[in-house]
Design a protein around this ligand. Structure first.
Ligand code: ANZ
Length: 952
């Protein structure tokens, strides 16, 4: 049993954990709960590289630590298994995305299991599994069946809205709803047909159909997200993308804007993620103002004013023009015949620019005059109306009162079109330099607010406008409702069908709950139909109840990930997304670990759905993730060989120079696979074998000691850079425990850092040294050749040994509680070195050390725990060693006590004890008294930390 073989041992314990379901938490227990969660991965075809497990290792350490601390720990893993790559592959090869996904999943699970995570695998979820997406669809249905009541500040079932309509019409309704929702009395409501009243409710539901401006790529046949569009073309394929109004499912996340903002103050997340969410939500406090249209140039049918949103109503006397977004609905009506061609050309051009480009571009000035005017309500000045694409259709009202003396973009625009610039504050700087967004100073040229301060001016103007029905104070959010449809195949079908109603047109209806899950139908190709319908349009005979059209778009990638942490609580439940009992026990996630790239996507949508489920009474907590930690990226460390310029071409053999042989010669660095390099020395044979194209007859100029030394550089870890390190290889060679320790040892969890396999030897040696505290005669060399004779003793530990142990207990505990995992690894190394130096092989010390190390290196810990003779089973539920500060007080020293030149006894004193106290205690000692034979000593000499000499 004594041989330590990491391959056998790790496999043995992984099997043990699986067979015994060691990591299944109990639901009925007096223990406190702890829920530690990883952001679940999308199983890509490339498998895991060493960067992926970083966060998983950290969370696993916490999970294992919390179990030892007496918590009932939920630590699950699953897969975000819908997604584009599998679908792109399906388009190219015809293989069903489910097949590709399944193959990738199998590999992921195998890789994860190799690393020894304490996941309860019985709870695994997959978002693409119908038994899972049944509940994603159900949540969609619940959103559809709900509205947002501003008075109660929460989502409510649509029935409470219908009650209000029936008793008082829209009078008492304070809802977050579409702008064009009609107003009516109870009598009018009650006179409507069923279909007509249903159509009205569609304006209120938390998920709804609307015409939204989207990035439409005709060649790909789909809407693209902002980050899938670069310079007006699709990132994939480079096809033109245009801005198009399309009917889409939307999520009314804007209803939650304020709560998403204030909720941030209640959770323990990094300030940087919170700030990103705050910016994304973008709360602006300002006013909306109506500028009546000047009659000239306007045609009938347009509304009689332009409404703007401004955060600086105090600058209203400085307005010298008005700018509308090119998509603004008033544009056609405002355009005069002389301006028509120019306006239409401009509107057309704006369509080709993504919103992001339009916002980013602050230098180029473009715009066009509509030919019409409106009137500044404060001073009755005529204001020309322009279009410019820096004004976004979807923000505020899509119209800006332009104040070139106050705003940079307005100033640039005014200069370009030679429009007047009127300063409104005496503190404003030279207007020829730049617009100055100051709130300081006294108002000038500003009618009723001249002489006031910013606050007074703002309040006065809002009151003035409100009195006349021309404006009001308004809070605006940058965050818009989220587009929820994708014209794609590999996603959740939307559980909706359409019915012609006659009077109310074609309306969307939810399918029966009993018909969930609405499964993805088979299709012949994963492409849009010839008529431009999404791929689901190809499914033969796919109709609801035999006759109705289904919604053909699918849900976006974020649907399935916006609630998955609840499914883990009760993953097999067929009657609910999780039982009330499970949810009320587990509540929410205590610790969530994942990447920063989800700051304004997943982490915002999850909070939104969570708040919705909370409002509707399905979950007890308003926030899903109490504490969030973002692990840093692991970068690759690329290796290079250097080919002498001009060699290796047109049949000439290549000449490769070892790093220190370059000596200023002109060389071309070429990436070599880091897996055939060890400690920066190239395995030339392996290189020749892997790249015969480069190395045929090649000459290698080596270092004097015969090695070929490669160069290195830190880059992103990627296949194309040949710097991907596969965890399987590390596990095979060094063991999972070494991989786990080493990943933590690389540096602080939250920092980006390069992977460098070179350093792994140190951790490998540490494991061996640790083993040798238990077994003697482990021959030098590989850990797996270790082993030897069991040398653990039952002797009492010395104060020095206890001190080493308790220092490490304290450090490990503080480190894990503070998520500082790298520092624990070094304290283990120090501890093992110190114990080895003390020649300590004592059970009393080692059993605690095994527990301390176990969250990091669980396999070897289990093996040693068993060898120490514990009850058969896992150490996972043992008790974490208790730190005792009294062992840390300064070391004691065993003083030899000499009486007349002969050592008669030893007495231990703390090294900082005063000599006078030592003298007193020595003389009082029983043995010493015996030797003194009643005489009083002539002389007592205390040599600190050496000896006590008594002369009688
Ligand atoms: C007049 C003014 C004077 C403005 C001034 C600013 C400074 P935030 O803070 O981001 O909410 N704006 C309004 N709607 C817009 C749209 N759809 N597209 C582009 N810009 C728009 O910004 C609000 C300010 O951005 C508003 O206040 C408006 O310009 C502009 F010295 O009105 B302001």
């Amino acid at each position: 049993m004594a041989d330590y073989n990491h391959r056998e041992t790790e496999k043995k314990w992984q099997d043990f954990w699986e067979t015994n379901q060691t990591y299944q938490p109990a639901l009925h227990t007096a223990k406190p709960k702890y829920y530690v969660l990883d952001m679940f991965p999308y199983p890509s075809g490339a498998g895991l590289h060493v960067g992926h497990p970083l966060g998983y290792i950290a969370s696993d350490i916490v999970a294992r630590y919390k179990r030892l601390k007496g918590y009932n720990v939920l630590h699950p893993m699953g897969f975000d298994s819908f997604g584009l790559p599998a679908e792109q592959y399906a388009i190219q090869t015809g293989q069903h995305p489910a097949v590709t996904t399944e193959a990738n999943l199998t590999r992921y699970i195998e890789q994860l299991k190799n690393i020894g995570f304490s996941y309860d695998w019985t709870r695994e979820v997959r978002t693409s599994d119908p038994s899972y997406y049944k509940w994603t669809q159900w949540i969609f249905m619940e959103l559809f069946r709900s509205w947002y009541n501003r008075d109660t500040n929460r989502a409510e079932p649509i029935e409470t809205l219908l009650d209000k309509f029936a008793t008082n019409g829209t009078t008492d309704v304070n809802a977050v709803c579409d702008e064009n929702a009609p107003t009516f009395t109870a009598a009018e409501w009650n006179a409507l047909s069923k279909d007509e009243s249903y159509a009205i409710t569609l304006h209120y539901r938390l998920t709804y159909l609307a015409d939204a401006v989207v990035n439409w790529c005709p060649a790909l046949g789909t809407v693209l997200a902002n980050d899938e569009v670069k310079d007006g073309v699709s990132e994939r394929g480079g096809y033109p993308v245009e801005q198009k109004l399309m009917r889409q499912w939307m999520m009314r996340i804007s209803a939650y804007a304020d709560r998403l903002l204030t909720g941030l103050d209640t959770i323990d997340w990094t300030e940087s993620i919170k700030e990103q969410q705050r910016n994304w939500i973008g709360k602006s406090v300002g006013a909306s103002v109506k500028f009546p249209l000047a009659s000239a140039g306007t045609s009938s049918g347009t509304s009689a004013f332009i409404e703007v949103f401004t955060t600086r109503v105090d600058t209203i006397y400085g307005v010298t023009f008005m700018v509308l977004a090119p998509e603004h609905e008033l544009v056609p009506g405002l355009t005069t015949p002389e301006q028509r061609d120019a306006v239409e050309a401009y509107v057309q051009a704006a369509k080709l620019r993504s919103e992001r480009d339009r916002m980013a571009d602050t230098k180029a000035v473009s715009g066009v005059f509509t030919g019409s005017y409106c009137v500044n309500p404060l001073n009755d000045e005529k204001v020309p109306i322009f279009l410019a694409d820096y004004v976004l259709a979807g923000y505020g009202t899509g119209a800006v009162m332009a104040v070139p003396s106050g705003d940079q973009r307005d100033w640039t625009f005014a200069k370009h079109f030679d429009l007047p610039i009127i300063p409104v504050l005496d503190a404003q700087k030279d207007m020829e330099q730049q617009a100055d967004n100051t709130k300081e100073g006294q108002y000038i040229n500003s009618g009723i607010i001249n002489g006031m301060t910013y606050k007074e001016a703002t309040a006065t103007l809002i009151a003035w406008l409100e009195e006349r029905g021309l404006g009001r104070g308004k809070v605006n959010f940058r965050m818009r409702d989220a587009v929820f449809s994708r014209q794609r195949y590999w996603g959740e079908p939307v559980p909706v069908y359409f019915k012609e109603t006659g009077s109310a047109g074609r309306l969307p209806y939810l399918i029966d709950e009993a018909d969930l899950p609405l499964e993805l139908p088979a299709v012949d190709k994963y492409l849009p139909t010839e008529s431009g319908e999404p791929p689901l349009g190809r499914a033969e005979g796919w109709r609801y109840q035999g006759g109705y059209d289904y919604e053909l778009s699918t849900m976006p990638g974020w649907a399935g990930s916006s609630w998955y942490w609840y499914r883990y609580m009760d993953p097999k439940n067929e009657a609910a997304f999780a039982s009330k009992e499970a949810i009320s026990y587990w509540q929410n996630v205590d610790l969530y670990i994942g990447g920063t790239e989800h700051a304004t996507g997943h982490l915002l949508y999850s909070r939104f759905w969570n708040k919705f489920l909370y409002d509707r009474g399905y979950v007890p907590q308003d926030e899903p993730f109490k504490k969030l930690i973002n692990q840093g990226m692991i970068q690759g460390r690329s290796n290079f060989v250097y080919r002498v310029a001009g060699t290796g071409r047109e049949g000439t053999p290549a000449v490769f120079l070892s790093l220190n042989q370059i000596n200023g010669r002109e060389v071309t660095p070429l990436h070599v696979d880091v897996n055939i390099v060890e400690n920066d020395v190239l395995d030339i044979e392996a290189f020749k074998k892997s790249r015969p194209d480069l190395t045929e007859n090649a000459e290698f100029i080596l270092e004097p000691d015969g090695r070929y030394v490669v160069g290195n550089e830190v880059e992103k870890m990627s296949k194309s850079k040949f710097n991907v390190v596969n965890p399987d290889m590390i596990v095979e060679r060094y063991g999972a425990d070494v991989l786990r320790l080493y990943e933590m040892f690389l540096g602080p969890l939250e920092q980006a850092k390069p992977w460098n396999t070179n350093g792994i030897d140190g951790v490998y040696r540490f494991i061996r040294k640790f083993w040798r505290l238990f077994y003697k005669d482990a021959p030098a060399g590989a850990v797996e050749a270790g082993g030897g004779t069991w040398i653990v003793t039952d002797e009492q530990p010395t104060p020095a040994e206890l001190k080493v142990l308790h220092k490490t207990i304290q450090k490990t505990e503080n480190d894990i509680e503070g998520y500082s995992f790298n520092t624990s690894v070094s304290s283990f190394m120090i501890c093992v070195n110190e114990l080895a130096a003390l020649n300590c092989h004592k059970r009393a010390i080692l059993k605690d050390l095994v527990l301390l190390v176990s969250p990091y290196a669980p396999h070897i810990a289990e093996e040693l725990w068993a060898a120490l003779g514990h009850e058969p089973g896992s150490l996972s539920y043992a008790a974490f060693p208790t730190f005792n500060p009294s062992f840390l007080v300064e070391d004691a020293f065993e003083y030899p006590i000499q009486i007349n030149g002969k050592v008669r006894t030893t007495i231990s004193f703390a090294v900082d004890r005063a000599a006078s106290e030592i003298e007193r205690e020595v003389l009082a000692d029983e043995t010493v008294q015996k030797w003194l034979e009643g005489k009083s000593p002539k002389k007592v000499v205390v040599v600190p930390k050496r000896i006590v000499n008594v002369v009688v």
